[in-house]
Design a protein around this ligand. Structure first.
Ligand SMILES: [Zn+2]
Length: 127
């Protein structure tokens, strides 16, 4: 069965199946679940709130270190950064702020600063 990719509208093939069916787009390589299989917004928020996202937790800093190290290796502190989907925490921004990076947080539940999504900047993708 095929589903339309929500990002680029290309028809995507079934990729993986467990309790849900996942699809992978052959054009943008996005992996997604059919929108009818997604949990409702309240359940999604409650699930995120179960995360223990203490910005002072050294283990958590180590967990996100592949991301923060990659950013520090590839970008200058003067570049603009956005943690899209930051969740309940600001861990990535907090770690990078220690090195003078200015990372903004956006999350539709916990950091809903929609004005950040209106900014036009050069985009970088990590694959
Ligand atoms: Zn796509």
């Amino acid at each position: 069965m095929k589903k339309q990719c929500p990002l680029c509208q290309t028809q995507a093939n079934e990729f993986f199946k467990d309790t849900q069916t996942y699809y992978k787009c052959s054009s943008c390589y996005g992996i997604f679940v059919d929108k009818d299989d997604l949990v409702d917004k309240q359940s999604e928020k409650e699930r995120y709130e179960l995360h223990s996202d203490d910005v002072g937790d050294e283990g958590y800093k180590k967990f996100v270190s592949p991301i923060t190290s990659s950013i520090m290796n590839d970008y200058k502190a003067s570049d603009v950064g956005l943690d899209f989907g930051a969740g309940t925490s600001t861990i990535i921004a907090s770690v990078l702020n220690e090195y003078d990076y200015d990372i903004k947080n956006y999350d539709p539940f916990f950091h809903d600063f929609h004005e950040l999504l209106e900014k036009k900047v050069r985009l970088y993708f990590f694959l």
